[in-house]
Design a protein around this ligand. Structure first.
Ligand SMILES: Cc1cc2nc3c(=O)[nH]c(=O)nc-3n(C[C@H](O)[C@H](O)[C@H](O)COP(=O)(O)OP(=O)(O)OC[C@H]3O[C@@H](n4cnc5c(N)ncnc54)[C@H](O)[C@@H]3O)c2cc1C
Length: 382
């Protein structure tokens, strides 16, 4: 079966991504993992090569590509090359921050932020989660208080990707002036640039995706111009809901790529490793495991590809995106585990790509909404 999703343009774009990986990332990635940092020059080079801000309209420096299949190809290439932290870091910038600016920002806001996100000179993060508010975003306590033409932002965020080395954050903050249980209209969104009162913790020592910096953010009466508010006051949660399909789909795409990569890595190892005088592929058990990996990664890819086409057509609902994220992330967790087993002890060593796939996959049933929250979402809509 030929994969129906991609066309010639997408495969040409894949070549660009493959070259970028080979030239800018291979051979350096292991050091970035030790540093918990993707160097700033790599962001800029990604910008120069047209890999960032694909959806940004031409008038704001981008290419105005609203075909999500290009993001799919990019993600697949980072995962296939074992550079999974780049997939995550660029995902936060492109899938989580950009859509809010593009869909709800004023022209002034777009002109200020979009060109520097496209050229990679400004690295952004998406700061929703707090120590007391992960699955339950209505528990967010970071607050913004009106002060003339500005807002004073105070609070703490946690688990923020690109948080330690990023330049600016998209922040969900309470703007209703209340401290009791929040309502659907208690929150607003702001683009917040590093300035006085904006600080971060050290990157967390994560089990995987270590080259991507994930950190706490602290805001102590940070002055934010009202011009950096996104959309209407009180509509923050409504916008977050509207953007759920893309946020969830993006994770499903990465998860599906991990499924395919896990199968490829297991097959290669099994073909080259011998025990008791024969290749692992000579054992029926290994062949059966590989057969399952191949079949299940195909099923996952087919489901995700269908969701990508629905998203392109503007038809992917938040509940359908929850199904795709649930299926693909749980599959990535399972398949990377099975593929790791085929590697024996080598699978446990981080320099082997399957160990990278396994630890990255473990995040995907948690990040961007846990599997339990996906089931809640799907179940409630029945
Ligand atoms: C490496 C990493 C990177 C991240 N990057 C970002 C980022 O860039 N920006 C950002 O804003 N956030 C980020 N997050 C946060 C992530 O989205 C949250 O961790 C996730 O939403 C879960 O929230 P929590 O950790 O507070 O878990 P909790 O909400 O405390 O959940 C704990 C457990 O309880 C379950 N649970 C909770 N509520 C229910 C319910 N109603 N029914 C059934 N079960 C329930 C959950 O499924 C989970 O198993 C990141 C997290 C990690 C680990």
């Amino acid at each position: 079966m030929k994969r129906a999703l991609l066309e010639e343009d997408h495969e040409q774009f894949r070549e660009l991504a493959t070259e970028f990986n080979a030239r800018e990332v291979s051979g350096k990635y292991a050091q970035w993992e030790k540093d918990h940092q993707i160097p700033r020059e790599v962001w800029q080079s990604a910008g120069e090569n047209g890999l960032l801000g694909l959806a940004v309209p031409e008038e704001f420096g981008g290419m105005g590509i609203d075909d999500y299949r290009f993001r799919v190809v990019l993600d697949e290439e980072f995962v296939r090359a074992g550079h999974l932290a780049l997939a995550l870091a660029f995902h936060l910038h492109d899938d989580l921050v950009l859509p809010y600016l593009i869909n709800y920002g004023t022209d002034e806001l777009k002109a200020k932020w979009l060109p520097r996100m496209v050229d990679g000179s400004t690295i952004t993060s998406c700061a929703f989660t707090e120590p007391g508010a992960g699955s339950d975003l209505r528990a967010v306590r970071t607050k913004a208080v009106r002060d003339g033409d500005n807002w004073l932002l105070s609070g703490q965020k946690t688990f923020i990707g690109n948080g330690a080395f990023g330049d600016a954050a998209l922040v969900l903050a309470r703007t209703d002036g209340e401290s009791g249980r929040a309502t659907a209209t208690s929150f607003s969104l702001f683009m917040v640039e590093r300035s006085e009162g904006y600080s971060n913790g050290n990157p967390f020592d994560k089990m995987g995706l270590r080259a991507s910096d994930t950190a706490e953010l602290f805001f102590d009466e940070v002055k934010v111009s009202d011009a950096d508010r996104i959309g209407e006051i009180g509509q923050g949660l409504a916008y977050v809901k509207e953007q759920l399909p893309q946020a969830r789909l993006a994770i499903a795409v990465a998860a599906s790529a991990i499924c395919s990569a896990s199968f490829a890595q297991a097959l290669e190892h099994a073909a080259n490793r011998s025990t008791f005088g024969q290749a692992l592929t000579q054992y029926q058990n290994t062949r059966f495991e590989l057969a399952n990996l191949k079949t299940e990664s195909h099923v996952t890819q087919t489901f995700v590809d269908q969701a990508v086409l629905a998203f392109n057509a503007g038809e992917l609902s938040a509940e359908e995106a929850a199904e795709v994220k649930l299926w693909a992330s749980e599959s990535a967790k399972k398949l990377s585990d099975k593929a790791l087993q085929i590697h024996g002890g080598y699978g446990y060593i981080m320099e082997y790509p399957i160990a990278q796939s396994f630890t990255a996959a473990r995040l995907l049933t948690i990040f961007g909404g846990t599997s339990e929250i996906m089931r809640e979402t799907i179940g409630r809509a029945l």
